[in-house]
Design a protein around this ligand. Structure first.
Ligand code: ADP
Ligand code: MG
Length: 344
């Protein structure tokens, strides 16, 4: 199931307004999801140039982060039977980041989940619940300790490990797009809203609010075209992982795409979604996946310890926000009419 992410833009009445920056939006499909980049700048050419450059940046990164494309570095590495492989600088940087987040989260985020993702076939016609023997076999190859970062862009996978960077790919791409926007000529770009699937990047000023912050919605897991809260941010990323994004149902039970590396099953912790607000989108992306796996209690404790701004939505419609949310954004709870409780 493909996702369309709704984001509050409050951009009504913009076009042609005097004194307001020009804008250009490009919508495209990449990394298996819908994407949209809207850039606001001093003139239409600058906005268009920057937006098109962002799209090209994401498209250029796709082969560096994909494991399914046969021409990709990850495909080559995953099929090298344990031999060391040279990969591109971007691929190496993404693997390095992934290993760092795996260590930090005690393996709740683990970039070697490829055998499990393949086995369950989520998002393919072959989606099904595997046997325990199959899960055990796949799990025997899972473990980020099997990734050897040799240096000089050389990587080696031991123990039959296979990499899947799906848990940070869009965050990594959002950070690359932010870097590109920052490098634009002085004044050319005044603001941008970057939507790479569930990764939202809010860059610079929002012209619809007189240069104020961007308003990003936190989706209702029961209907992701609607919101249960908003986060007002600037130069920050708002990333969500949820059980409603990619899943299949068998015998009335939902099986989604975020796996617990300990059990080999979709993480079943009573959470519907986790949203993280962070300047670094790669970190936010790794964290949403990891916190979803940790579950509410361990996730809240991890956030308190590490000053992480996160919003947890539970299956009994409680919405918990961590202390760091107040400093990361202006947060507004809107879920009351939809039956949600602001649990704090
Ligand atoms: P999405 O890619 O839909 O935004 P996530 O960022 O939560 O969602 O990433 C989920 C993807 O990450 C899965 O599709 C799979 O490729 C991979 N994955 C699943 N479980 C884990 C995990 N525990 N750690 C790291 N990656 C995972
Ligand atoms: Mg993620």
């Amino acid at each position: 199931m493909k996702r369309l992410f709704a984001v509050f833009l409050l951009l009504f009445g913009l076009t042609g307004c005097e004194g307001r920056p020009s804008s250009y939006t490009t919508d495209f499909f990449a990394m298996d999801t819908f994407m949209s980049v809207s850039v606001y700048g001093s003139d239409e050419d600058s906005a268009q140039q920057a937006a098109v450059a962002c799209e090209q940046e994401v498209n250029a990164l796709e082969p560096a982060l994909s494991r399914t494309r046969e021409d990709s570095d990850l495909y080559r590495l995953n099929h090298a039977n344990g031999a060391a492989c040279e990969v591109s600088e971007d691929t190496y940087a993404a693997i390095e980041a992934a290993v760092q987040y795996a260590e930090w989260t005690g393996g709740a985020f683990d970039p070697t989940m490829a055998p499990l993702t393949d086995l369950w076939g989520i998002n393919t016609e072959n989606a099904h619940v595997p046997t325990q023997a199959e899960i055990d076999e796949a799990l025997s190859h899972v473990g980020y300790e099997n990734i050897k970062l040799i240096g000089d862009n050389q990587v080696q996978l031991l123990g039959g490990a296979q990499l899947d960077l799906g848990g940070i790919g869009k965050g990594f791409a959002t950070d690359a797009v932010f870097a590109l926007l920052t490098q634009q000529p002085e004044g050319a770009v005044t603001g941008a809203l970057v939507q790479l699937g569930g990764n939202i990047g809010a860059f610079g000023e929002n012209p619809a609010r007189d240069g104020g912050n961007w308003v990003v919605g936190v989706a209702d897991p029961d209907n992701n075209a609607e919101f249960v809260a908003t986060a007002e941010v600037r130069n920050a990323s708002v990333v969500t992982s949820g059980d409603y994004e990619r899943f299949f149902e068998q015998d009335g039970k939902r099986y989604h795409h975020i796996f617990d590396p300990k059990t080999g099953y979709p993480a079943d912790t009573g959470l519907r979604s986790v949203t993280v607000i962070d300047e670094n989108s790669t970190r936010a992306d790794a964290l949403t996946t990891a916190l979803f796996v940790m579950g509410l209690d361990d996730g809240l404790a991890f956030c308190a310890e590490n000053d992480i701004a996160a919003v947890f939505i539970t299956s009994d419609k409680q919405i918990y926000t961590t202390d760091a949310v107040a400093s990361a954004c202006t947060y507004t709870f809107l879920g009351e009419k939809k039956g949600y409780t602001d649990a704090r």
